[in-house]
Design a protein around this ligand. Structure first.
Ligand code: NDP
Length: 330
């Protein structure tokens, strides 16, 4: 059988921590499978280019059979040329004294032009995953600057929160993590996110039947997931990177290969008004994918009063973020 044409994958902020954990897995076949060659298109800002050279040397030294080519650049048009998956990782971290509005505006300056460059250069089947924080609103900015690209091609990453939540539930229940399914992260990838244990399942049973400690589910479980990033910084002296890269792989793979029947993945996608969420927000939902690039928000899940209030709070935060960046949305 003839070799497949390589899929071009762009990674921005490629010399950063997450990039370092991500590129080697993409090149090894973890994203698209063991018979799918890839071309890596790596974007950095000028100060990151030297470090990126080192990363490329290491990629060369892995002699990955599936890695057809590597392009490194500071030019958006080159980075997104012919790309089918754009993983937007690079962004400016929040510095001491910076207000949320400042952070959003600074990053808007990155994600608006990136959206335009994707629209002008990418392959016609392009899909985009935003990892750089605040990822929901960065994604909204990029998407709004690329009206030529269908809104359903844009994703922001809530999968790391899902994976963290699954791991907590599995440990509490004393089961392998693979026993936990149907775990949805609702809303913003921020401290207001809502990891939903009431619709989760453990070995096919409602998680709330297996774990009956409601105080834990509504208390420590939520705060552990919400504050996990800070706990890792405290322990490691650096922010989480390998688990973020892993979640980026899981997110793209879920769209590329499809979710299991009856299950879903957590992704922030454009809202069409599902569950009363305002249209157009980039909102974390349970998403079922068909493995051909199509997806739907899983409808019909129920929320008790506690969950409804949590989802209201995270929705309000995202509406506030959208208002903060109104100037950046054409
Ligand atoms: P990381 O690779 O650690 O993080 C990159 C982004 O991912 C940050 O915005 C970070 O947000 C976000 N992120 C999302 N989820 C997580 C998670 N679970 N844990 C940690 N971070 C997460 O940052 P580095 O500073 O190491 O690298 C960033 C690179 O991006 C640098 O090499 C820089 O040069 C480059 N850059 C590129 C730009 C471009 O290509 N145009 C623009 C700006 C920077 P947060 O830390 O806020 O949580």
């Amino acid at each position: 059988m003839a070799a497949k044409n390589p899929i071009h994958v762009t990674v921005t902020g490629a010399a950063g921590q997450i990039g370092y954990a991500l590129l080697f897995r993409i090149a090894s076949g973890a994203l698209f499978g063991p018979d799918q060659p890839v071309v890596l298109r790596l974007l950095e800002i000028e100060p990151g280019m030297k470090a990126l050279e080192g990363v490329v040397m290491e990629l060369d030294d892995c002699a990955f059979p599936l890695l057809a080519d590597i392009e490194t650049t500071t030019d958006l048009n080159v980075a997104f040329n012919g790309t089918s998956w754009a993983l937007l990782v690079g962004s400016i971290p929040r510095k001491a004294g910076m207000e949320r509005g400042d952070l959003l505006t600074v990053n808007g300056g990155i994600f608006g032009p990136q959206g335009q460059a994707i629209a002008n250069n990418a392959a016609s089947n392009v899909r985009v995953l935003v990892v750089g924080n605040p990822c929901n609103t960065n994604c909204l900015i990029a998407r709004s600057n690329a009206p030529e690209i269908p809104a359903d091609r844009w994703f922001a990453m809530t999968r790391l929160d899902e994976n963290r939540a699954k791991s907590q539930l599995a440990q509490k229940a004393g089961v392998p993590v693979a026993s936990v399914t149907n775990l949805a992260i609702w809303g913003n990838h921020s401290a207001t996110q809502f990891p939903d244990s009431t619709n989760a399942r453990i070995d096919g049973r409602p998680a709330t039947e297996v774990i009956t400690d409601t105080e834990w589910l509504q208390g420590d479980f939520l705060t552990t997931v919400q504050k996990r990033g800070a706990a890792i910084i405290e322990a490691r002296g650096l922010s989480s990177a390998a688990s973020a890269a892993n979640a980026a792989i899981d997110s793209v793979a879920a769209v590329h290969h499809g979710t299991a029947p009856g299950d879903w993945t957590s992704l922030a996608v454009v809202s069409h008004g599902e569950y009363g969420v305002p249209e157009g927000l980039q909102f974390g939902f349970p998403v079922a994918t068909d493995g051909k690039g199509g997806w739907t928000v899983v409808e019909g899940l129920t929320h008790d009063e506690f969950a409804t209030e949590r989802i209201r709070i995270t929705t309000e935060e995202l509406v506030g973020e959208r208002d903060d960046v109104a100037d950046l949305l054409p």
